[in-house]
Design a protein around this ligand. Sequence first.
Ligand SMILES: Cc1cc2nc3c(=O)[nH]c(=O)nc-3n(C[C@H](O)[C@H](O)[C@H](O)COP(=O)(O)OP(=O)(O)OC[C@H]3O[C@@H](n4cnc5c(N)ncnc54)[C@H](O)[C@@H]3O)c2cc1C
Length: 409
Amino acid sequence: MADQPDVVIIGAGIAGGALATVLARNGLDVLVLEKTQVHRDRIRGEWLAPWGVAEASGLGLLDVLEGAGAHYTTRTAPYREGLDPEAARTRSINLAALLPDVSGALNVGHPRLCEELDTAACKAGATLMRGASSMSIELGECPRLGFNHDGRRHEISPRLIIGADGRGSEVARQSGLHAEADPVHHIIAGLLVEGAGAWPQDEQTLGAHGKATLSVFPQGGGRVRLYINYAIAERRRYAGAEAARNFLAAYRVPSLPFGEALAAARPIGPCHGYPNADSWIDEPVTRGVVLIGDAAGHNDPTIGQGLSITLRDVRLVSEIILSGDRSDRAFAPYVEERRERMRRLRFIGRLVSTLHAEFSEEARQRRSRAWDRTGADPATGLPLMSMLKGPDALPAHAFEQEAWNRLLA
Ligand SMILES: Cc1cc2nc3c(=O)[nH]c(=O)nc-3n(C[C@H](O)[C@H](O)[C@H](O)COP(=O)(O)OP(=O)(O)OC[C@H]3O[C@@H](n4cnc5c(N)ncnc54)[C@H](O)[C@@H]3O)c2cc1C
């Protein structure tokens, strides 16, 4: 390991593994520090929006994702209560027709993808140290970094430190970069299952049914990632020994086809809930440190944008690093673009949460009105397309109050 690597990346998740691969492939000396010894299912992103697939392709990482077992869904069907499933299916969106050269949305196991990215980074020449701990950062034009590994203390002076250590980032904390956060609106719980081959493997869904928003994201071969959104007042609805059983039972509803098959599927991962709240850092860059991915603030997971956001971060930050100027000033375009991107996606997160993850009678009626409006005038639903096509696919006014009122008032 060099004492002065070009770049040290803290965290070997999606953000860290992807950035390390891209930089090392371009000849940089990259060190990656990861605190865990093995990546596990922590109920994290496994659905990559079509615009994220385009980012992966632009980064030259599509082969790594496909090597991790990526599976495309090509149709999103708006199953929801009060609507016959056959009628819902006729209003499906064709995910393969949204962006040039993008075959749909991509579904892949999170731990497996992290492993594949780490392997690709090492193959390209990056050094990965697992089990790193007790990190200390000294900010500056030439930042300093201390950490423990294999019973030894290391002190190094990289040219740049990248914080890719996810939610509640220690790099952000030590660098004095504070996140702002929205209030919690609802809880999102997830569970990975297998033996659900009856569900059409090319079709995904997200919609409200009774007191839950049910999502289904197939990963191929009968393996499916399921998410449920539910009211914060019932925070512990899927907790304890019966969590997975109760979670799966929620899929037994007449408004969801193959609900019985999903309810009978086998859990193959943990089941628990997270608060949905969005969080953001407006200036994720400071003397010698740049944050990317969830470390720089995470979008509401209800709309599944985190992986795409992360890959966009990797593209913008890698382009700047590879241009040769690693001063704070050089990262200004990244900071500016990310701030607006996150503002837009925060707006969409709030919109979708209000539309799909509220469960009172009033909320039901609001959903029904919104459905009629988008049927009569598809332009009212356009802001929602940014979840699939990307936050810059529409003009800025699509993310303002007026657009909200047109759909939800
Ligand atoms: C319930 C839920 C559902 C989601 N669903 C989706 C979805 O469907 N689609 C989507 O696009 N996004 C989704 N997301 C968001 C997505 O998971 C994240 O945006 C994405 O994982 C961010 O990647 P990351 O590499 O920044 O962070 P992480 O994936 O959290 O990786 C961070 C890495 O850093 C390591 N680390 C942490 N601290 C340290 C330290 N001090 N030193 C060294 N290493 C450290 C961790 O062990 C980990 O390996 C979801 C999130 C949640 C919570």
